[in-house]
Design a protein around this ligand. Structure first.
Ligand SMILES: Cc1cc2nc3c(=O)[nH]c(=O)nc-3n(C[C@H](O)[C@H](O)[C@H](O)COP(=O)(O)OP(=O)(O)OC[C@H]3O[C@@H](n4cnc5c(N)ncnc54)[C@H](O)[C@@H]3O)c2cc1C
Length: 380
């Protein structure tokens, strides 16, 4: 049986472990701590327009796979279906598909697009709320969120007949924050014949109600992180033993993890997969970090200028991979035949954009599939 070590406990690592196990591998997931996945707002953006990405973004991780649109669509179907099924079993029900995008309101009433959302968020799709009355629940003791402003924004920005309804939860601490609501039962409201919009984090929502999306710290992210962390080992990988173009083992404190294949799903800066500084670097294996197809070391002041104009530009820097998701060194060669990379540690796409979850889910899924076969197939 092929042994696979996944380094990273975010959505990319989870997706990789899922597919590697499906393909018969013996998988261990090692994670230092929660990363960006635990902060997501509650709406998974998978992809907006796959054909446009393949035609116009040559450095996008999907384009670099060298697969045609039909094959990618099939893999996305497989990955999203398996993820939905597995998370359902791990206690988190999801709804949606990568083929369709909806719009969901956050706690400020602003709309955010998403393909896949928790079942508790799904009834709040904004177009589906058109023509319905929506009661936005405010909690007297929570000062950092104003249901009146949220209802106003739903009305003005999205034409929804929304109104605030304030409730009291007397046992909350003084000046409670939204996070104090986490895990509490949703309070009853008086509004009749209205859909009810709750701030995120409450449980046992009544019928015809939904949760708003969150800003960090996010109850949606925390729930997802709890579901995907089941069974992972808490440890920080600090070094690897390598031999003849292969990784032999990963070292984490006193522990050594031997495997046939290794998947780097260490995330971007928040996860710890990349290290900022004058020149962004990959801290574990000194892999190449690229921006727009060029090693960041050689982009120099042009990248600083781009970042000055738009700080999000830095988030496009990351590892680059060959068609088999093997990460490249600065010269553009894959130094290790049994190493794969997946998720936000990859560059070439808009991190906080329409593939925020799509890149980690699909690259994780494929990396897991290919890692499980590493002893049978070494190149694609
Ligand atoms: C505030 C915020 C809000 C977001 N909201 C959304 C949203 O609403 N919708 C959307 O689609 N996208 C959103 N994104 C983007 C999305 O959350 C990320 O792209 C995605 O979660 C990345 O997943 P990942 O598994 O690649 O990385 P991460 O979730 O960051 O996981 C990386 C993992 O690697 C581990 N790790 C790193 N180095 C080591 C090591 N040496 N040893 C062991 N473990 C290690 C970390 O501890 C962590 O477990 C948001 C991002 C942020 C920051």
């Amino acid at each position: 049986m092929t042994k696979v070590l996944v380094i990273g406990g975010g959505i990319a690592g989870y997706s990789a472990a899922l597919s590697a196990r499906r393909d018969g591998a013996d998988v261990t997931v090692v994670a230092r701590a929660p990363g960006a996945t635990a902060l997501y707002a509650g709406g998974m953006e998978v992809i907006d327009d796959l054909d446009a990405v393949l035609a116009g973004q040559p450095h996008h991780p999907f384009s670099r796979l060298g697969l045609d649109g039909v094959r990618l669509a099939t893999e996305l179907d497989n990955a999203i279906q398996s993820l939905t099924l597995a998370l359902g079993k791990d206690g988190l029900k999801l709804e949606g598909s990568w083929r369709k995008r909806g719009l969901y309101a956050d706690i400020h009433g602003l709309a955010r697009p998403a393909n896949v959302v928790p079942a508790s968020v799904a009834p709040g799709e904004l177009r589906a709320l058109s023509g319905r009355r929506v009661a936005v629940v405010g909690v007297k003791q929570v000062g950092e969120y104003d249901a009146g402003s949220t209802a106003q924004a739903l009305k003005e920005l999205h034409g929804i007949e929304a109104f605030p309804e304030e409730v009291s939860i007397p046992d909350l601490p003084i000046s409670a924050s939204l996070t104090d609501l986490y895990g509490r039962r949703a309070p009853q409201v008086r509004a009749r014949s209205a859909t009810i919009a709750y701030p995120p984090g409450l449980t046992s929502l009544p019928p015809d109600s939904f949760e708003l999306l969150a800003s960090p710290p996010s109850p949606h992210g925390w729930r997802l992180q709890q579901a995907i962390s089941l069974g992972s080992v808490t440890a920080q990988v600090t070094s690897f033993e390598t031999s003849a173009g292969r990784i032999v083992s990963a070292r984490a404190g006193e522990r050594t993890f031997r495997a046939d294949a290794f998947i780097l799903a260490t995330g971007l800066h928040i996860g710890g997969g990349l290290k900022g500084g004058r020149v962004t670097s990959e801290p574990l294996l000194r892999l190449g970090v690229f921006h727009g197809g060029e090693p960041v070391r050689s982009v120099g002041t042009r990248l600083q200028h781009l970042q000055y104009l738009d700080p999000a530009e830095e988030l496009r820097s990351g590892l680059s991979t060959d068609k088999g998701l093997h990460p490249l060194d600065e010269d553009g060669n894959p130094p290790y035949a049994n190493l794969f990379a997946a998720g936000a540690v990859l560059g070439g796409y808009e991190y906080a954009g329409p593939c925020g979850f799509g890149v980690p889910i699909l690259t994780g899924w494929l990396a897991g599939t290919w890692a499980a076969k590493v002893n049978r197939v070494t190149t694609r």
